[in-house]
Design a protein around this ligand. Structure first.
Ligand SMILES: [Zn+2]
Length: 135
């Protein structure tokens, strides 16, 4: 039996695909053009949460409608459960390699940005990634 065949099948599970789609669609191209960010808006662009972000040197805008903590944490835990047949940890160190398997290596920069911006993971003082509770 070929291990890679097995893995490919698990990647086509619906929750895994939905999480990969979320990661792919979480950010739009270019600066945020919402009313808060547009020139002549109601003041300076909000700093936190950030609307416009730097993704490997390219400016992207976060799609807030689909990237709340509960959206991202929910989609990740469903994908995790169907792929690994175990519950996503609530706390502790994040196994980024294991999460990256769900979306593919090329999506890693987006994945990391999404998990941090949605507050699903946070960096500690040692720059390690830990699962975070909703703030
Ligand atoms: Zn904005």
């Amino acid at each position: 039996m070929d291990l890679f065949d097995q893995e490919d099948k698990r990647l086509s599970l619906k929750p895994v695909k939905e999480f990969a789609d979320l990661v792919r669609n979480a950010f739009g191209d270019g600066r945020c053009t919402c009313v808060l960010c547009r020139d002549g808006g109601a003041g300076p662009a909000p700093k936190k949460p950030q609307h416009t972000l730097d993704l490997d040197g390219t400016l992207v805008c976060r799609r807030f409608a689909i990237t709340a903590y509960s959206d991202v944490r929910g989609a990740l835990s469903k994908a995790w459960e169907s792929y690994y047949k175990t519950t996503l940890p609530d706390q502790g160190l994040v196994d980024m390699d294991a999460i990256t398997v769900l979306v593919g290596d090329d999506a890693l920069p987006r994945l990391l940005l999404l998990l941090l911006e949605a507050g699903v993971v946070a960096k500690n003082d040692e720059q390690e990634l830990l699962f975070a509770a909703e703030s």
